[in-house]
Design a protein around this ligand. Structure first.
Ligand code: HEM
Ligand code: HEM
Length: 155
């Protein structure tokens, strides 16, 4: 913005404070609700006569809400951040990987809604959970690297 000394001023691509906060909240809620489901599904003892743990549907209700919120946040970042940052060519490797994880999580999540075949569902489920872990690591790496290379005057 105020880069009068540069011949070609670069558009600021750092997400604003609210956008950053929204990104962290969405990611944290998606992770927390996903992990809650995993714990309820695999670790907690089943109450008597129950086919599944009563926490499971609650975890997925929260996860569904977090998904809607997360997709809105991702959509706002796409035009404001992902595309312009890609054009500038900075942090492409881990930024691009993070964007890819989001897209694959959306695809596998969609599969979890509609796949009926047991093998296909299991594949979608396992890939989704692995990608969920990668998403969290990817965000930490991306934000860490972006912070390390930030120019001092940017706040
Ligand atoms: C092709 C994809 C992407 C590229 C090339 C990219 C590139 C960048 C760059 C260059 C910065 C530093 C901005 C600056 O300080 O001037 C940055 C910061 C950031 N990026 Fe990305 N990014 C990509 C995708 C994403 C995605 C998908 C997300 C989250 C869903 C994301 C979240 C963030 C956040 C939160 C920051 C701010 C970190 C901070 O300064 O505290 N980025 N990115
Ligand atoms: C872009 C981010 C994400 C999207 C769009 C997304 C979407 C979805 C959707 C649509 C479902 C199916 C909901 C249902 O059956 O009621 C689901 C299930 C699930 N998600 Fe995510 N999710 C995301 C991130 C994550 C993360 C970060 C984790 C953390 C590990 C995670 C873990 C899970 C788990 C454990 C399930 C249940 C799997 C199963 O039913 O076999 N998700 N997700």
């Amino acid at each position: 913005m105020h880069e009068g000394l540069h011949q070609r001023p670069r558009k600021a691509v750092r997400p604003g404070r609210r956008q950053r906060l929204a990104t962290y909240w969405a990611s944290a809620l998606l992770l927390a609700s996903g992990v809650l489901w995993l714990v309820a599904h695999h670790l907690l003892p089943l109450p008597e006569f129950a086919a599944r743990h009563p926490l499971e549907p609650w975890a997925m209700r929260l996860h569904g809400g977090a998904t809607l919120f997360g997709l809105a946040v991702f959509g706002s970042l796409w035009g404001d951040h992902v595309l312009p940052a890609w054009k500038q060519g900075r942090h492409r490797a881990h930024g691009g990987a993070l964007a890819l994880f989001w897209l694959c999580l959306i695809l596998t999540g969609y599969g979890l809604y509609y796949l009926a075949d047991e093998t296909a569902r299991a594949l979608a489920s396992n890939s989704h959970i692995a990608l969920g872990t990668l998403l969290v690591i990817g965000l930490a790496v991306h934000v860490g690297m972006a912070g390390r290379h930030r120019r001092p005057q940017a706040s």
